[in-house]
Design a binder for this molecule. Structure first.
Ligand SMILES: Cc1cc2nc3c(=O)[nH]c(=O)nc-3n(C[C@H](O)[C@H](O)[C@H](O)COP(=O)(O)OP(=O)(O)OC[C@H]3O[C@@H](n4cnc5c(N)ncnc54)[C@H](O)[C@@H]3O)c2cc1C
Length: 460
């Protein structure tokens, strides 16, 4: 198990074998960097493995990816031509499995083995404890545990609700874990899971009544424009982000219209100033009256749910599609955790300045996709670990974090859901420039690989 590469390069531990973990593994293998990859589940795929026995997948039976197959494809492994533009989750898992088989990664992954603790020792090496009880030491740690699995619930409301409440994370079908037929259901939230689940449950053969409860207005963007996936026609890369946003706004207002036309609250921000909510069904479900908009919940009184406009409904079930917390349960050192506001400032969304052997992969909300984003990030990691690329100094890294946050997320409204937003194309363009500059730094310094292999294969 694991992959054995060059003896003069450091040995890495990869936590997780979702798309962040297995594309990182491929990059390390390509560069002959030794690694162990631990996956707590019995298979790869993470979120895209329906009914994943790890209990962490939020995949529901009807889930189709919102990103088109053109944008999510890994760079050296195209999605089959005959697949639909927006593949079902079963196809996503198939695509991932085919990738892992094609590049010979499966045998390098240790399944059914969780990392329970990862600790950076005084000598800078990582002590990694496994669910088997074993502790191993590594020169480098890649964190690929995903950030859509630890449900975020709203603060408790006054009063008590006598119906049932679930988080969208646990929603599988209209009948599992709760039979929603003939029930009065409220779906709280305005993100992608919320609009998907509300659209599904609002079918007349399912819920008796379906209300959607929003704290604030959002723009619901179409999955397609003139029949083509909207993410397949990005603005040209040279165009400044502020122009791209203006262009997108005028297109959205012209094609979709204003949200209040549908009886939804007016957003207090422009399109693309919030994480995109994308649906081709939801607005139609609202327009035909099967999804009934409500503002935020104010209080409970038995089966009664009271909203902030003082209207009330009797409900049987509330589905909270209220997002996820960023969580690293295996870290016992607070400096590697996000703060109380879900913030974790990182250089290039990957590294803490001053810690050169820890990489957070895929810890971002890139527009339009997260699937092949860590594959791009891993280019810099491999260049660094093999000595082809040298990092800037810690002060320069800290300055870049602040500038990048302004560039990528400065226009989003302030919210715990917007702490890791970024524009995929801009990020990749800047990353390629950074690698080129760092290659010059490395060849000027001429020092070779920056992290010596020091970790013993296994420790007691
Ligand atoms: C409902 C839903 C819809 C989505 N739709 C889209 C979309 O349309 N487009 C898009 O780009 N993204 C979408 N996403 C985002 C999704 O998170 C990514 O597509 C992708 O799954 C991220 O991959 P990952 O490898 O970072 O994390 P995950 O897929 O979560 O994989 C993490 C892996 O790490 C393993 N792991 C975790 N902790 C440990 C540990 N301690 N030890 C060992 N193994 C561990 C897990 O078992 C898992 O296999 C969606 C997410 C949700 C919840």
């Amino acid at each position: 198990m694991g992959f054995v590469g060059r003896a003069d390069l450091p040995k890495a531990c990869i936590i997780g074998a979702g798309c962040a973990g297995f594309t990182t593994a491929k990059r390390l293998k390509d560069h002959e960097i030794s690694y162990d990859c631990f996956e707590m589940s019995d298979d790869i795929g993470g979120n895209w493995y329906f009914r994943n026995p790890n209990g962490r997948s939020a995949c529901y039976a009807s889930l189709h990816i919102d990103t088109s197959k053109w944008r999510l494809a890994f760079e050296d492994f195209p999605v089959p031509d005959h697949w639909p533009d927006f593949p079902h989750h079963t196809l996503m898992l198939q695509y991932f499995s085919d990738y892992v088989a094609h590049f010979g990664l499966r045998d390098t992954i240790t399944f059914n083995t969780a990392v329970t603790r990862a600790h950076r020792d005084a000598d800078g090496l990582w002590s990694v404890t496994l669910s088997t009880g074993e502790t191993r030491r590594y020169d480098v740690l890649f964190v690929c545990n995903g950030h859509h699995w630890d449900p975020c619930w709203p603060d408790p409301y006054p009063g008590a609700f006598t119906g049932r409440m679930i988080h969208a994370h646990d929603y599988r079908t209209p009948f599992d874990p709760i039979d929603m037929r003939d029930k009065n259901v409220i779906v709280v939230g305005a993100g992608n899971s919320a609009v998907d689940i509300a659209s599904e449950l609002s079918q007349r053969a399912i819920a008796r009544n379906l209300w959607t409860s929003w704290r604030r207005g959002v723009w619901v963007l179409p999955k397609t424009i003139a029949g083509r996936p909207s993410d397949k026609v990005p603005a040209p890369a040279w165009m400044p982000l502020s122009w791209q946003r203006k262009l997108a706004k005028s297109m959205i207002v012209r094609t979709v219209g204003r949200m209040e036309t549908y009886g939804l609250p007016t957003p207090d921000h422009d399109p693309l100033e919030a994480h995109a909510t994308v649906s081709s069904e939801f607005l139609a479900r609202v327009q035909c009256g099967d999804v009934k908009p409500k503002p935020a919940i104010k209080a409970f009184d038995g089966a009664k749910v009271i909203f902030t406009d003082d209207t009330e409904v009797e409900a049987d079930v509330i589905v909270f599609a209220t997002g996820y917390k960023i969580s690293f349960p295996f870290f016992d050192q607070p400096e590697f955790q996000p703060d109380a506001h879900n913030r974790i400032p990182l250089w290039k969304r990957m590294m803490k300045p001053g810690v050169n052997n820890l990489f957070y992969m895929g810890l971002a909300q890139p527009l339009p996709t997260l699937v092949n984003f860590p594959e791009q990030q891993s280019k810099l990691c491999a260049a660094f670990l093999t000595g082809r690329y040298a990092l800037p100094d810690a002060a320069a890294m800290a300055a870049t974090i602040a500038a990048d946050e302004r560039l990528h997320a400065g226009h989003y409204y302030d919210s715990p859901r917007h702490t890791i937003q970024l524009d995929f194309n801009t990020y990749c363009r800047d990353l390629a420039k950074e690698v080129a500059v760092g290659e010059k730094r490395a060849s000027a310094a001429g020092a070779g690989a920056p992290i010596r292999p020091r970790a013993a294969p296994a420790a007691a």
